[in-house]
Design a protein around this ligand. Structure first.
Ligand code: BTN
Length: 275
């Protein structure tokens, strides 16, 4: 891995610079905050839900001391090189009505990184962002209920932008960063603004069954489609060929006994060649 951090020095995230990159969107109700160091942007927003209106609050951090990934895994978050952000949103929907939202978040991030920076992002079900077969980011959606706000969605996004030389040493799987694959120097403020400018319309337009509109977009970026996979659900393993996702975002697996729609679990590819 080339140490790209020196080539992509930036002056730090700033709310004003992020707002200047929203792509011309006037979003007066969007509040953007930048913290130097925090445990986890998702955890911080969940704490604040008790006493504050989280709707439209975007929290960025330069570093996280206890960043979290899916299934309680740590999210390695070295300072001033990547994006760690969480956006609070009140959709007015119940948790079950949000099926597929986290996959759609992956799709809009993929589209944004491709349109703005020419990066060919692939998606690994349900929430992983990949570049050249290695993980470069992830999405973690938490839900928090408060008496006066109802259900609030906390959309957490972590993206490796320009990982310093030893910054990724603790990551326990093949990984990469955007800077290693971009032709131009990346600006984190620009990236952050562009991502928010794509996420806010997605969230504000989200309705029951919205994922069906994203199903095709997901399939275009699907890392596992056609590969032999296994999905671990606690003690239970489902094995077969990945066949994309259904209109609710469940993973379709063609097993020996028929097609199964998997709602949750940890998927791994068994072979690198397509069947
Ligand atoms: C995953 O791939 O497992 C999801 C990773 C999500 C990481 C982001 S970084 C910002 C936000 N705060 C966290 O603690 N986690 C998410």
């Amino acid at each position: 891995m080339v140490d790209t951090s020196e080539m992509h020095k930036d002056d730090g995230l700033s709310g004003a610079a992020i707002r200047a990159n929203l792509g011309g969107l006037e979003l007066p109700n969007l509040r953007i905050e930048v913290e130097g160091e925090i445990d986890s942007t998702n955890a911080a927003l969940k704490r604040r839900a008790v006493s504050e209106d989280l709707h439209g609050l975007a929290l960025f951090a330069e570093t996280q001391t206890a960043g979290r990934g899916r299934l309680g895994r740590p999210w390695v978050s070295p300072p001033k090189c990547n994006i760690y952000m969480s956006l609070g949103w009140r959709t007015g929907l119940e948790p079950l009505e949000l099926a597929g939202l986290s996959l759609a978040v992956g799709c809009v991030i993929g589209d944004t990184l491709e349109c703005e920076w020419g990066l060919n992002i692939q998606l690994k079900w349900p929430n992983d962002l990949y570049l050249v077969g290695k993980k470069c980011g992830g999405v973690l959606i938490d839900l928090v209920h408060s008496a006066n706000q109802g259900w609030i969605v906390v959309v957490g996004v972590g993206i490796n932008v320009a990982m310093p030389g030893t910054g990724g040493n603790d990551i326990d799987q093949p990984w990469t960063d955007l800077a290693s694959h971009a032709d131009v120097s990346l600006s984190r403020n620009a990236l952050a603004g562009q991502l928010l400018g794509a996420l806010v319309p997605l969230l504000s337009g989200w309705r029951v069954n919205s994922f069906s509109q994203w199903q095709e977009s997901w399939c275009r970026r699907d890392l596992m489609a056609g590969h032999q996979i296994s999905v671990q659900q606690g003690q239970h393993t489902i094995s077969g060929r990945a066949e994309g996702v259904d209109p609710l975002g469940a993973l379709r697996v063609a097993t020996q006994t028929g097609l199964v729609a998997v709602q949750s679990g940890e998927a791994s590819m068994l072979r690198s060649t397509k069947l």
